[in-house]
Design a protein around this ligand. Structure first.
Ligand SMILES: Nc1ncnc2c1ncn2[C@@H]1O[C@H](COP(=O)(O)OP(=O)(O)O)[C@@H](O)[C@H]1O
Ligand SMILES: [Mg+2]
Length: 512
């Protein structure tokens, strides 16, 4: 994804406090922790880096703080390159993942620690009226004033003499924040600061931090791997994966308009279905055509994202697709239910419960169907094994090698699978994921040659080969494949897949 696509609207230069231009950090072992990242931070905003562990959040923060240097790229602070500015000269303070307080010092001493070492420029006037500049330590009274102010900011007035060990985890974290705030930074960096707290304390501290941000008016750059935390606290969220920015936006945009299936999956619980565009703003998934608002080319393979709370349940026959409730859990505010449609599970959240076993129907509004382009590299199907040890998927039945489901297994004379441990398994009706590569499908004019039958609905020339789609009649299942041969649209053909090219994996472990 290009930076333009992931970046926010342009902003006046003077409104940006931090700007990263094409920042890359490669470690000596070859790990690229941050990969060509560009973004800006607006003055006073609460911006959060969100992504799974190892995606490069801490490394990004460390470069902003000056503890680490980019391999390439430029970091601007208030429009000026700060490459050569050491950490203590940057108006930036960090609150770390593990708040390292000094256990032998009391609260006052912990917060005053940095200030006692700090030297400031002081200007005097001598008797002749000349201005003289001196570098001096802060006066005791000045330090006291600053410490008291910082303690007030984190709501710990009067805690000066307490020892660290008498404080709760939340209070200790507030001391750590006070220690950063006492330097009056323009920017506060917070690297998973609530990671060590229990859930209740985290929730309280989230609100406190937000309130602190509001009162202080300074810029907060926050790091978390917790999507809920990011959504509740931030003005802006930067979603990262593998050192790259996936999307930048406000929480509502990120939640409602995820740019790709990674973001959708990472932000909250989502249903992600494989779909196909079958007409102008018409997408097919879970065996049914739905109206949608996104326009993609006809026959394009897409990811379809639907939030659990956007699926409405009605009585069987009254909605768009019928199915059955197979699980229901009360989650405090709503029920989380799973509806089974064919072999596909749909997660639904609703305040009204539908009981397990109930037959229902679902409705999804066009506005709630989010479509994302998909890099199509392989055909995927839901399938099941028959008692003949063949596999059914895509409206067809194919010969396959079921022994790939268990390493070291073989079939006995009666057709049971014998595992390496000697267990005997009947695979009949076992659900499997099926994958077939684009180069592993052939077609034939003779319907009886292949395992499934359909019509060629699309032929695209790809430079040195054609990419074809064969669609079946019954459930409109698609077979996408590459071929050098020329065919005609609407030809009726059968689909041939060599036995060894059908990749199978179990949907769930079989109970033995
Ligand atoms: N000093 C280092 N040397 C080599 N690899 C590192 C170093 N620091 C971090 N990494 C690697 O860089 C990647 C990003 O790390 P990090 O920025 O800590 O991620 P996050 O904070 O998102 O969990 C990880 O793969 C991590 O193992
Ligand atoms: Mg980290």
């Amino acid at each position: 994804m290009t930076n333009e696509k992931t970046q926010r609207a342009e902003l006046k230069e003077q409104e940006k406090i931090i700007q990263l231009n094409n920042i890359t950090r490669e470690f000596s072992d070859g790990t690229i922790a941050v990969d060509d990242v560009s973004f800006y931070v607006r003055k006073g905003e609460f911006i959060t880096f969100l992504g799974p562990s190892g995606c490069g959040k801490t490394t990004t923060l460390r470069m902003i703080a000056g503890f680490d240097k980019p391999t390439s790229g430029q970091i601007l602070l208030n429009g000026k390159d700060i490459s050569d500015l050491p950490p203590h000269k940057r108006p930036i303070n960090t609150v770390f993942q593990r708040y390292a307080l000094f256990p032998h010092l009391n609260i006052y001493e912990n917060i005053a620690f940095g200030l006692k070492l700090k030297k400031v420029k002081v200007t005097y006037q001598d008797q002749e009226g000349n201005l003289i500049e001196k570098i001096e330590k802060l006066k005791k009274s000045e330090i006291r004033e600053k410490v008291e102010k910082a303690l007030k900011m984190v709501d710990l007035e009067g805690f000066e003499k307490r020892s660290v060990s008498t404080l709760s985890g939340g209070q200790q974290q507030r001391v750590a924040i006070a220690r950063a705030l006492v330097n009056e930074p323009q920017i506060l960096l917070l690297d998973e600061p609530l990671g060590a707290l229990d859930l209740k304390m985290r929730k309280d501290m989230q609100l406190e931090l937000k309130e602190m941000h509001r009162k202080l008016g300074i810029t907060f750059i926050y790091v978390t791997h917790d999507q809920e935390e990011a959504l509740t606290m931030s003005d802006t969220i930067v979603v990262m994966k593998d050192g790259k920015i996936q999307q930048i936006g406000n929480p509502t945009d990120i939640y409602n308009e995820p740019k790709n299936s990674f973001v959708a999956d990472f932000i909250g619980e989502s249903n992600i279905f494989s779909g196909t565009m079958v007409g102008e703003k018409i997408v097919r998934f879970i065996g049914k055509n739905f109206e949608c608002v996104d326009d993609f080319a006809k026959n394009e393979k897409v990811d379809v994202v639907v939030r659990p709370e956007d699926v409405k349940l009605v009585d069987e026959g009254k909605g768009q697709v019928n199915g059955k409730i197979i699980s229901s859990i009360f989650k405090g505010m709503h029920y989380e239910m799973v509806m089974l449609i064919g072999k596909t599970e749909v997660v639904i959240q609703d305040t009204i419960e539908r009981k397990v076993g109930e037959k229902v129907s679902l409705i999804i509004n066009p506005n709630d169907i989010h479509i994302m382009a998909k890099e199509f590299s392989t055909n995927k199907y839901d399938g099941y094994i028959t008692k003949r040890n063949t596999v059914c998927f895509g409206d067809g039945e194919f010969e396959c090698d079921v022994t790939q489901l268990y390493k070291g297994s073989f079939l006995d004379e009666e057709g049971y699978l014998i595992t390496a441990e000697g267990d005997k398994i009947d695979l009949t009706d076992v659900d499997v994921n099926v994958e077939v590569g684009l180069k592993d499908i052939e077609i034939s004019d003779h319907e009886e040659d292949g395992g499934a039958v359909g019509n060629i609905i699309s032929i695209i020339y790809k430079g040195d080969h054609y990419q074809l789609i064969v669609r079946t009649d019954e459930n409109e299942e698609d077979y996408v494949f590459d071929t050098e041969y020329t065919w005609n649209e609407n030809d009726r053909v059968s689909v041939i897949i060599p036995k060894e090219k059908i990749k199978l994996s179990l949907k769930q472990e079989i109970k033995r």
